[in-house]
Write a protein that binds this ligand. Structure first.
Ligand SMILES: *Cc1c(COP(=O)(O)O)cnc(C)c1O
Length: 375
């Protein structure tokens, strides 16, 4: 060796990884509180459920026997899939459970895309579809939202010979817009099995509209449909990382090949299973809170003369007369963490998760103060 030790990253790293900018997660709360000089932080940035997990999940979490931590979990979330099969009237083999819905996004892209392929989704939606495609070397074709919603016609036009997957977030994070049953079916009919259509239903348990489509009930009719669900939002198990997909047997059998076994831990599997037992009471209480506080926010934001946009789901978008990233820092200094939306391609907008009344009041008060500071 006649030169300094080195690693030849230039040759080792694929171009699409070189081009990709890593996502930087926010620091842990105690670090943030130190940084911003506050002794409390209202987390309104991640659409978490502030009521916490359903009662039966709490019992599982409190009673988990430490020796169980030494054993590998079920490699395919066996009991949870049996329960999901029962709940939705499907075969347990039609489900794949992952380390959060985030992981099942990667399963699907790996299962269907090869060099030169692309995926189609919206420009302002959950960014993980786009990210996984791009850092894996596949083009993500982003169709602009239309009236805050996914543009079905635009998406159909973006399809070419190399399009493998269409991702639809229903209702959409961050806009809360949704396709009703007729529109979703019309889209699936138009695609006609030539692509996989993923419908991400991360927020479906929050939706109370009767015309909202339940992807699980469309699976029999549409063999190219794949539905995503998560335990992170309504079921308040985000910290345990567990979500799943459902589809027809043939499709799921293909996707299963790209799953990493044991990626879902034992505690998450058991807490998720229990969450489905306490289902109705928990969902009712959460929906009530969201409804009430969404109304409150709507009224207060109007009083402040701000434009807001609320659809289905546990979050609201607000347009600010200032930079959203600046607003983020100013709100943090007042103990309120929201999502700045430049990253969603909505500059000068923020997204606020709905939480308990005290947190909503703290947000409104902080917002009022930072707007007043501008003079
Ligand atoms: C939060 C969220 C997910 C990810 O959920 P995890 O199960 O926590 O990975 C997926 N899709 C959308 C639209 C989300 O908002």
């Amino acid at each position: 060796m006649n030169h300094a030790p080195y690693v030849d990253l230039d040759r080792l790293v694929p171009d699409y990884v070189k081009r990709f900018e890593a996502y930087i997660p926010s620091k842990p709360d105690p670090e943030l509180m130190r940084l911003y000089g506050v002794d409390h932080l209202h987390r309104l940035n991640n659409n978490e459920n502030h009521l916490g997990p359903p009662e039966p999940s709490r019992r599982v979490l409190e009673g988990f026997p430490p020796p169980r931590a030494s054993l590998y979990p079920s490699g395919d979330a066996w009991y949870l899939r049996q329960r999901l099969g029962q709940k939705f009237g499907l075969d347990p083999e039609q489900f794949l459970v992952g380390n959060g819905a985030n992981e099942v996004i990667a399963f699907v892209i790996k299962a269907f895309c090869q060099e030169g392929d692309n995926i189609v989704t919206a420009d302002k939606t959950f960014a993980v579809y786009e990210w996984v495609a791009e850092f894996s070397g596949f083009e993500a074709r982003l169709v602009p939202l239309k009236d805050f919603g996914f543009d079905d016609q635009g998406m159909l036009e973006a399809i070419d010979q190399r399009t493998k997957i269409l991702f639809v977030c229903n209702p959409n994070n961050p806009t809360g817009s949704f396709w009703d049953e007729a529109r979703l079916k019309g889209f699936l009919d138009a695609v006609d099995g030539r692509q996989i259509v993923v419908v991400d239903e991360a927020y479906i348990e929050f939706v109370e509209r009767p015309d909202f489509p339940d992807g699980m009930r469309l699976l029999t009719q549409y063999p190219n449909l794949v539905v995503f669900r998560t335990f992170s939002k309504m079921y308040a198990l985000a910290g345990l990382r567990i979500g799943y997909l459902a589809g027809q047997r043939e499709v799921v059998d293909v996707i299963r090949r790209t799953c990493v076994v044991y990626s879902v831990n034992a505690l998450a599997q058991e807490a998720a299973l229990a969450a489905l037992e306490g289902d109705e009471t928990h969902i009712r209480a959460t929906r009530e809170l969201i409804r009430r506080e969404k109304d409150y926010l709507g009224r207060e934001l109007a009083r402040l003369g701000l434009t807001s946009h609320a659809g289905e789901g546990c979050f609201v978008m607000v347009r600010l007369p200032m930079s959203d990233t600046l607003a983020y820092r100013k709100l943090m200094a007042k103990g309120v963490m929201i999502r700045s939306m430049t990253g969603f391609r909505f500059p000068n907008w923020i997204r606020v998760s709905i939480g308990r009344h005290q947190a909503m009041q703290a947000f409104i008060q902080a917002l009022e103060e930072i707007l007043a500071e501008r003079g």
